[in-house]
Write a protein that binds this ligand. Sequence first.
Ligand SMILES: Cc1cc2nc3c(=O)[nH]c(=O)nc-3n(C[C@H](O)[C@H](O)[C@H](O)COP(=O)(O)OP(=O)(O)OC[C@H]3O[C@@H](n4cnc5c(N)ncnc54)[C@H](O)[C@@H]3O)c2cc1C
Length: 457
Amino acid sequence: MDQRVRRPPGLPIANPTTSYWQSPHEDFANLRSTDTLPLETDYIVIGSGISGSCIAHNILTRRPGAQVLILEARTACSGATGRNGGHTKAASYRSFPMHAEDLGIEEAVKIARLEYSNIKATQELAGQHGIQCSLQSCNTVDIIYDITELEEGKKAIGMMQAALNPEEGAAQYTIYDAEEARKRFLAPGALGAFEYEAGSIHAYRFTHGILKLALQKGLNLQTNTPATSLLRLPADNKRRWRIETTRGSVLAHDVILATNGYTAHLYPSLQGSIVPLRGQVSRQRLGSSLPLLSRTYSFIYAGGYEYMILNPHVRELIIGGGLGKLAAADPNAYLKEFGQSNDGETNPWISGYLQRCTRDYFGENWGTDDPVKGWEKEWTGIMGTSADGLPLIGPMPNEEGLWIQFACNGHGMVLCLKCAEALTDMLLGEEDTCKEWFPQAFKITQERTEKRYTGRL
Ligand SMILES: Cc1cc2nc3c(=O)[nH]c(=O)nc-3n(C[C@H](O)[C@H](O)[C@H](O)COP(=O)(O)OP(=O)(O)OC[C@H]3O[C@@H](n4cnc5c(N)ncnc54)[C@H](O)[C@@H]3O)c2cc1C
């Protein structure tokens, strides 16, 4: 791991795999709002994933008339957001005990509440603006295959229910024993299950919806324009930063890095503390005997999990993961997924595993693979992971005018929107607005930037 985390991420590669979500691409995937880059601007947001897009939209909503430029290395929303698993699932009980122990119960509660409210806020925002993004609000189930995971899960749920208001959505869980779980969720090997509220989203379309709103408010979007370096200008300059790109340079007062797993390319001192991790996802047709499922799923075993959402209308599912099983089968191959920023290829071992695991998880309830379209599409994407497993949000220490929203650790659909809200509060000098609900543990500090990455938390 030590060797892997020292690999510089580089810029996003030019020819990534195409995800299911990006087929077809949205209309303005290659948009350049102006033929040339402006010489200067108020705000530069680097990266057009859900983080960068929400931040740009927030600024333009709260400061109408501000000049906001997004630089995107590839097509709009072509990073993790455009190639994820689409699961809006907090699973807060899984990290709650660790957060309570490391950060205190108050912070653990804030994190759980933020995750839940992020799901709700995403749904509300999409509804408010009529963004068509296949949003599903439904229950999810964690099928548990390991006795320790089961016992620890039950304990963690008990802990959360004691710490939160029992009426709160974030504290609502139903626990099933093996027999009930097998019958109810068609999962023959289950030792037990936990059911709670979650959902799914077409994050690529959602983010394009946000970008569209921001464009209507004056956003300058420049796709296929990688930022190649940052330069801090002397203090007497009106603009504090100069950003070099492949198409010239731009001056800005504030720069926001929303570059996820690639951040260390622009800010090398973060190398080794934030690390790209490649994830893989596939779309499959449901087996012949499987009825339409009304919940999303996770399949949890010792050392890992898979996650699955469903498109009931067309009898297809989207399943991601495989890393835990790869770790057990071939630890060196597993390590190679860390420090890995090549999303132009898939890992053949994970492809094979994801293909067969659905049959294993559902057993005879699966039936036979769809004869025509059993194994349809697969793709990879690059997550950003941090040394302490938490996002890094806020002003970069000792770098006036440089901001970061980073490392939602494969969990961005339940973190990015609310983190973007908090980041905007800080950026606009209104941090008091988010103080009450935003976990202070998410704020970037010098100490956190110096933590060395030792593995996924
Ligand atoms: C395979 C996979 C499956 C996932 N599944 C889920 C899931 O089911 N549920 C969930 O909650 N989370 C999931 N995640 C995580 C989630 O997608 C991310 O946490 C979230 O999308 C991060 O959003 P972001 O905007 O911060 O980063 P990104 O979406 O990665 O956006 C960063 C952008 O910055 C651009 N960029 C980088 N460097 C530069 C540069 N130098 N110049 C210009 N542009 C640059 C990139 O091209 C990219 O578009 C998954 C991630 C992956 C990869």
